[in-house]
Design a protein around this ligand. Structure first.
Ligand code: NAD
Ligand code: UD1
Length: 338
């Protein structure tokens, strides 16, 4: 079965490609390398001993995307392609709307035209805004607090409208909590451009001696130790969730939505402690003011994914930190060739 993976060279996609290939799927990947490079594709091929059919193209370029649909008999699509930096989305919102929304509309129109109606979409816990209680279930109210989050919310709404108009679609909306870690080979992992925005990639660079000191964004939240609490999920568990979602689409479920998280929240201080254990050294940090827009606490209720997909996160925070550190140590400059 042929799966088209958009944004196929990116962080979560590379781990998903590996699991897809290992499970016997054929992978057709498309990426414009705006936040990735060919090396992740090559490494997945080496790790699996299997080939990925790769197209370098921008999904905003409809003709380029059409070529792929013309050449390949695609069964299902996993749609990862998108820009994802929250801060950047606030300074250049139109770029985010153009890339994420236009790219998705092109993809959906071509899927409709070529009668490919199985889709897995990368959504985010960001669509819950600031949840009133935790854990968060899929029926919580939705809102957006920044342009990036708004693109996820708008795409979700588009998918619900599309499904309401044509129930022959099968769509799995996956709301990821905080993906971290790397494949345990240390060969593929997260490779952010410049200084990382997110906690664990930043901690990894401090552990590797590339950055000097972790900044803890606020210790006065209403949480047990005052720092922000999140549901960190190992990227390999997340990748396996996509395989389950692809299997689910074969049963014609219609439109389904799942939280993918562990159900356990860890504070910033707890993450740092676990990372210190993984790298066996003390990590310098200082507490700075809160980051605007951050919420105190969120974590998932992923019962629905367990009951309907048979999926559950298996890897704990220690393994997440160990695997992150292995990737960082083996690849201090990431994939190096961006
Ligand atoms: P990533 O940046 O590593 O992967 C996204 C990939 O899409 C990149 O390789 C990029 O080059 C590509 N891309 C972007 N725009 C494109 C376009 N117009 N045409 C072709 N390729 C394009 O990010 P990731 O962390 O792997 O995230 C994958 C998806 O999951 C994104 O949609 C992201 O918003 C979503 N998501 C990520 C997180 C997270 O914390 N990493 C959390 C929730 C949701
Ligand atoms: C980020 C995105 C969110 C996305 C989510 C998924 C932002 C503002 N939000 O969420 O849209 O859905 O990833 O992965 O980028 N922290 C520090 N120091 C740092 C970085 C972060 O203390 O250098 C703290 C934050 O305040 C937060 C926690 O660490 O409490 C996690 O932050 P981060 O990794 O950026 O993820 P989120 O903010 O949860």
């Amino acid at each position: 079965m042929k799966i088209l993976v958009t944004g196929g060279a990116g962080y979560i996609a590379s781990h998903t490609n590996l699991e897809l290939l290992n499970a016997g799927y054929e992978v057709i990947a498309v990426d414009n390398f705006s936040n990735s490079c060919m090396e992740s594709i090559r490494r997945v091929e080496t790790l699996t001993g299997k080939k990925i059919k790769f197209y370098e193209a921008d999904i905003v370029d409809r003709d380029a995307l059409r070529t792929i649909f013309e050449k390949e008999k695609i069964d299902s699509v996993i749609h990862f392609a998108g820009l994802k930096a929250v801060g950047e989305s606030c300074s250049i919102p139109l770029k985010y709307f153009h890339n994420n929304l236009t790219g998705t509309i092109n993809l959906l129109e071509l899927m409709q035209e070529f009668d490919v109606k199985n889709l897995v979409f990368s959504s985010s816990a960001t669509v819950y805004g600031e949840p009133k209680t935790v854990p968060v279930t899929e029926d919580f109210p939705l809102s957006a607090t920044n342009p990036y989050g708004r693109t996820k919310l708008i795409i979700e709404e588009m998918l619900r409208d599309l499904y309401a108009s044509d129930s022959t679609w099968n769509i799995a909306i996956l709301r990821y909590f905080n993906p971290i870690g790397a494949h345990e080979s240390g060969e593929i992992g997260e490779d952010p451009n410049g200084i990382p925005n997110n906690l664990v990639p930043y901690v990894a660079k401090v552990a590797a001696g590339v950055l000097e000191q972790i900044q803890v964004f606020g210790d006065d939240y209403d949480t047990p130790d005052g720092t922000g609490v999140r549901d960190y999920i190992h990227v390999v568990d997340l990748a396996l969730g996509h395989i389950k979602a692809i299997e689910k689409l074969q049963q014609n479920p219609g439109l389904v939505t799942y939280n993918l998280g562990t159900g356990v929240g860890y504070s910033v201080f707890e993450v740092i402690k676990n990372y210190e254990k993984a790298c066996n050294k003390e990590l310098p940090y200082r507490v700075t003011p809160r980051r605007p827009g951050d919420i105190a606490i969120t974590y998932a209720d992923s019962t629905k994914a367990y009951e309907e997909l048979g999926w559950k996160a298996e890897r704990g925070i220690e393994k997440m930190c160990e695997d992150s550190y292995r990737w960082q140590s083996k690849n201090p400059k990431g994939y190096q060739i961006k």
